[in-house]
Design a protein around this ligand. Structure first.
Ligand SMILES: Cc1cc2nc3c(=O)[nH]c(=O)nc-3n(C[C@H](O)[C@H](O)[C@H](O)COP(=O)(O)O)c2cc1C
Length: 288
């Protein structure tokens, strides 16, 4: 799959890779009303990664349905809609609007954005609030729900168990880690927002560790995200317990990255005589 916010609404990437071969496209996070996001600069490159403080700029649910979904329906690949809200009511209102739209296979709840003032951080860092938003959305949602977890917590397993208990059908992890960069000439933070979300290869060891821990703490599928740039990275996440993976920042480096990873995984399976990728899920766990 492609990770939310790093692959637009699919269309932008059609000239680079066969979209229909992707496991799924996870679209840029959608709120109820359009959002313009944070002022620039909103992105800065770091050693082995990048910081972003886009601030969840998006077209809003109505324009998403009218202008973006028809293309995704035409391509015919699986579409996962990543959603965000300032309140539980907003999450539910978005889902209720999406319930009758064809071509959607799941909803991914972003409860983990560090770059918005309200809602995001609290939902993603307090287990009771993460559970409450999950339960409320589950009650009104026609699709399976994937809850996307923040790494900016003390105990990621506690968060995963809380949302599983509240009805999540899967968890995806991780979202970005909170970071910052300073311009030493201007003696000011580089990002207009001061802090941003760190992504890319720099966060891979953290993400892998969290997938390893969470996949042993829950019974629902775990989707691994964080610095996956090559097929070897993807295999590591699957061995750590991920049932599927998402490719994020790597799309900015090579717009064909997700396809190269898909082909590489298949080749690895063939070269090693492994019939099903399911045999590899969590194969690095103790006792396997
Ligand atoms: C520019 C940018 C925008 C993002 N927007 C979203 C978003 O709208 N919703 C979301 O849940 N995650 C968003 N993310 C987080 C990614 O989906 C992913 O979880 C994170 O970047 C870690 O994966 P990576 O290291 O492969 O990029 C964004 C990441 C980047 C770099």
């Amino acid at each position: 799959m492609t990770a939310s916010g790093t692959f637009g609404y699919g269309e932008e990437f059609e000239e680079y890779l066969p979209l229909e071969k992707l496991g799924a496209i996870v679209v840029k996070g959608i709120s109820f009303n359009p959002r313009s996001g944070n002022p620039p600069p909103r992105i800065v490159e770091t050693a082995c990664g990048m910081l972003n403080a886009i601030g969840l700029e998006n077209v809003g649910v109505e324009r998403f349905i009218k202008e973006k979904m028809p293309y995704l329906q035409k391509v015919g690949n699986k579409t996962i809609v990543n959603i965000l809200g300032d309140s539980i009511e907003e999450y539910c209102a978005i889902v209720e609007r999406l319930n009758d739209v064809s071509g959607i296979c799941a909803i991914e709840l972003n409860i983990s954005c560090p770059n918005v003032k309200k809602g995001g951080v609290a939902f993603g860092t307090k287990a009771s609030m993460a559970a409450e938003v999950t339960r409320s959305v589950k009650n009104v949602c026609n699709f399976p729900i994937i809850v996307k977890l923040s790494p900016n917590v003390t105990d990621i397993c506690e968060m995963a168990c809380a949302v599983q208990e509240a009805g999540a059908d899967a968890v995806s992890l991780i979202n970005t880690l909170i970071g910052m960069a300073i311009d030493i000439e201007k003696k000011r933070p580089v990002l207009a927002n001061t802090i941003g979300g760190l992504s890319g290869p720099a966060i891979k060891p953290v993400a892998l560790r969290m997938v390893w821990q969470v996949s042993q703490a829950v019974t629902i599928p775990v989707i691994g995200i964080g610095g996956i740039s090559t097929w070897q990275d993807a295999i590591e996440f699957i061995l750590a317990g991920a049932t599927a993976i998402q490719v994020g920042t790597a799309n900015f480096v090579n717009p064909n990255a997700a396809e190269k990873i898909r082909v590489g995984i298949n080749q690895y399976l063939q070269d090693n005589g492994i019939e099903s990728i399911a045999d590899l899920i969590g194969a690095a766990h103790p006792g396997r």
